[in-house]
Design a protein around this ligand. Structure first.
Ligand SMILES: NC(=O)c1ccc[n+]([C@@H]2O[C@H](COP(=O)([O-])OP(=O)(O)OC[C@H]3O[C@@H](n4cnc5c(N)ncnc54)[C@H](O)[C@@H]3O)[C@@H](O)[C@H]2O)c1
Length: 293
């Protein structure tokens, strides 16, 4: 069944959608990225180009490969352009209402046999599947950020996901040279179930004045051997995404230990969403990131 997948559709030209397009094109798939916003599509394609060029200059691939990959990627703000896709991966904003609306639109243009997958970090696959016309051909394919660098992909079945769908997804991920881990459909799956409460705790540590941004990140980098401090990592993921994952854990597991830190809420309310908006726990507008607290 996996052999049937040739054309990949992607919904959302954000950091994840572009990363997935990048690795899929390098593996030889034809890719179409769709986003609501034509500007996001344009910026997204430029980002992919820049990231591929960086891989060429660091000797990770040839310029020939870059050109070949780039030629396989198209983008538009017309959802009808996804009609050729054998597999569509939705990587739009982490908001259930947004995703449900997208499924309604996408399903009406998809081939009946096409597989629809979501890159959601935390939402219930079974519940999202119920907003589609194909729960048996729906599942979670959860990439990590930045997609070209991170080796892991979590695969998550919904209650109705058919074995053929799962097998096709597994084969697709193997072609991208990534390693699969299988998670059951519970809030935030495996990686984020463990990672986000750690990040949220780091924000509480800042909120309660136990340490400054710099102290907390240095402590975890040098004291726990993490490659990035938790606050730097939160900025990298996007503070809006971090908050919505904590809300999903809090609502879905009904345990107060998942209560989102009020300081995280405040940053999101301020529009300080981390690297993507220029400011979060660090200010990225100058030459080097400066802690905001
Ligand atoms: N950021 C991470 O570290 C990370 C890691 C793994 C998974 N994810 C998941 O990937 C998804 C995308 O995250 P991101 O970080 O790329 O977000 P992002 O904010 O960078 O990009 C989201 C994109 O979705 C587009 N969009 C919004 N509504 C849309 C609609 N109705 N139709 C089409 N496009 C629409 C936006 O214009 C934007 O370009 C989320 O589900 C998130 O949970 C994120």
């Amino acid at each position: 069944m996996g052999a049937m997948i040739k054309n990949i559709g992607i919904v959302g030209a954000g950091q994840m959608g572009c990363g997935i397009a990048h690795v899929a094109a390098l593996a030889g798939y034809k890719v179409h990225i769709y986003d609501l916003s034509p500007e996001r599509v344009e910026t997204g394609l430029a980002t992919i180009n820049g990231n591929l060029a960086r891989q060429v200059s660091s000797g990770k691939m040839s310029d020939e490969d870059r050109k070949k990959a780039l030629a396989l990627i198209k983008g538009s703000s017309d959802i009808n352009d996804l009609s050729d896709a054998d597999l569509v991966i939705e990587a739009a904003t982490e908001d259930e209402t947004v995703k449900r609306k997208i499924y309604g639109q996408v399903c009406s243009v998809l081939k009946p046999e096409a597989i629809l997958a979501t890159n959601t970090s935390s939402l219930s696959i079974t519940r999202l599947a119920s907003a589609t016309d194909r729960p048996e051909r729906f599942m979670g394919i959860h990439f990590m950020n930045p997609v070209p660098v991170m080796k892991l992909v979590e695969l998550v079945r919904g209650i109705a996901t058919e074995e053929g769908t799962f097998a096709a997804a597994k084969e697709f991920v193997a072609k991208l040279d990534k390693t699969v881990t299988v998670a059951e459909d519970f809030p935030a799956f495996i990686v984020n179930r463990i990672l986000l409460p750690m990040i949220n705790e780091a924000i509480y540590t800042l909120y309660e004045g136990v340490g400054s941004v710099e102290a907390i990140d240095t402590a975890m980098k040098l004291g726990a051997n993490h490659p990035m401090g938790p606050l730097q990592l939160a900025d990298f993921i996007g503070l809006d995404t971090c908050l919505s994952i904590m809300q999903v854990l809090h609502d879905g597991l009904a345990d107060s230990k998942y209560r989102p830190c009020p300081l995280l809420v405040k940053y999101v309310e301020a529009g300080w969403l981390g690297r993507k908006s220029g400011r979060g726990f660090y200010d990225y507008r100058g030459e080097i990131p400066v802690p905001t607290r």
